[in-house]
Structure formats: structure tokens, C-alpha cells
Unconditional design. Sequence first.
Length: 384
Amino acid sequence: IPFFTQGSHQACCSIKELDVFNRASEVKVDPDKPLEGVRLAALQARKTLLVPTPRLRSGLFNRIVPPSGATKEILRICATSQGIKEYSVPVGLDGKARVDLVVVGSVAVSEKGWRIGKGEGYADMEYAMMVSMGSVKEDTPVITIVHDCQVLDIAEELLDDHDLTVDYILTPTRTIKTNCKRPKPKGIIWHKAILNYEMLEKIPILKSLRYREKQTGKDVTLQDEHPDLANANKSAELNEKAMAGNTRPQAAMGSAQIGQQYVESDSLSPRLEGSGTITTVYVGNIPPNVRVSELKCALREFHATPLKVNWQGAQHRAFLDYKDKAAAESAVSSLKGLSLGGNTLRVELAKNQRNKGQVEINSQKLAWIKNLPLGSCVQPHGAR
């Protein structure tokens, strides 16, 4: 996104004259250098400032949180790229962001409100993701800040239905209200060429959104997905749901009761195979209404199927066993940002690992063993 030194400050400051800015309480501003003045204006006006994470690698938004009693100089730092790194906290899918105003950078824009970015589609994708999350409405205004020379005639054939349009253009000399008639994206268009498996791997939160929309019945077939494969996946998913419904009572009966805790272990593979050390992944923040079958379905969907699942729903957590550390780290990367039941799950390597063949005994079971009337005959080992 081009940065212009002459007139940049004037263009950014003119946003303060717009009613849509003054009425907004939560503002999303791209991290581009030309928009630094807008980020500063939002912070000075004590608005909630959201900035997209770089290339969406670790989520969709970061919320800028200046330190208490921040001076004007500190606020200026917060508005810079370095300040975004130092004074921000991530906002997950369940962060309930409600964006009142969107400010994007542009390479070129027309007075009709048609916009062209760098060509990678991230601004368009961010807006579509906000629509899918319910963070923006159809009438949420979109503003861009450009130099006068970036306001050009743009041929309509260059635009597609996933391209974001703008309602206001601010330049060093003009404020243009576009009255754009072209509709904005109504959500993520999964079959577009820009969306493929490679992009899903790069953007974990996009995978999570796709999984969420798939659960609601929306067609999320990618452009590079073979139709026959999509049908096969759908059939497999239906069979999986049927099997989950049939086996649930047996799983409940097979659960090990430890005090008030039910621990359900279910292997997704015939047996623990592979050389090396089994590595365990911790999954936390699981909502109480989520069932183990939903987690297993998500694991298969994200190609993170473990050797074994240790489900501890009452404690809102699960432990996943993988054949080695590389497989576990790959699963953590794939599942990052995954949301189930409205919660973004906490996924990380378990703090306490074990070698293959070792037996883990949880603390409640250990306490139960210690209370057995066997005196010194029982000496439990291997407890965490």
C-alpha cells in the first residue's frame, strides 16, 4: 500500500470531521503505514481499536490496549507497527467484536467506491470473515485513505463479487462520499480461486471459520476441491454422526468413574504404532455442551487425527496422543484458532510428557489408591 509523506497527516485527520467516525465506538483499521494517523485519531478519541494480525497467521484481530494514563507520545507509539506488537492482545472468534467502522488501505480507488488493493485479497478476506463472524453489518461504513493521484477510473470488469467497496475516500484535499451501489461481500465465498488448501494452512482462523460454517450446512467446497471428494467427505461425515449416536451410550458405560470425574478414552487408531516417543497435546477451554464426537469430527476435518483421545469433558479438556513430537506440533499448528461451541479452544503441547508404555495416573485416582486399606503394600508410581 503506497505511503505518501506530503498530505498524509491532513488526509488522516479529516476522518475526525465525519459523523460515522464520531459515532463509532469500535473501529477496525488496517496496519498499513498510510493509516497510522487514523489509528492515532481512534486512540485519542478513546475508541476501541482493532488491527488485523499480519497475514492473519495468528487470528483475525489484535485489540490495541494502551497503558493506563498513556501520554500523547505513548499513543503515537501505539499507533505504529511497533506499537501494535507491543500494546495489543488477540481477539479470537468468540471475542464478540462489533465493528462500527472499517478503514482500509488501497492501491487505487474510484469515485464510485471501487477499490483495488495489492492483489492478494487480504482486505477483502478480512471483511468477509468479519461478516461471517457477525462483526459487521450490511450498512457498516468503509473508508479508505489515499493520495489524490490514487483516485482513478477503474474498469468494472476488474472487480469480482468478493471485492470490497468503500463508502468514503479521504485524500489530502478532498472528502469523497461515493454513494457506492455495488454490494459488499456477504461472507466468505469458499469456491473462489483465492481460497484453497494452501491458504487454509497459512490462516488457521480461516480453517476454523470454514469448519463452523460447514457445521451449519453451508457449502464450503473449495475451488481446488474435487466434487467427488467433497461428496465422499459428506457421506463419511453422515456415517460418523450415525456411529457417534449409536456408540455414545456404550462410551458412557465404559467411562472410568473417579470420584465425580468421568474420563473417556477412545482410540481413533487400531493400536499405538510408530517409533519414538508418544507426544501429547492438551486441548482446553472446551464448552460443557460439546461432545467428544464433535471434537473427533474436527480433528479429522483438520487432518490432525491422533492415535488416542483422552476425553475429560467434565474438566473441559482433552489430551491427544501423537506418534512423535513432529506429528503433535503439526496438530497444534493445524488446530490453532479452532472454535467449538462458541469457544476458541486452547491447544498446546501438554506440559508433562511421557515415554511410550509409561502409565499415567491422575491425581484423583492416586488419592483413591492411597485410601485403599492395603497399608504399605501399595506404592503408586508414575503420578503427575
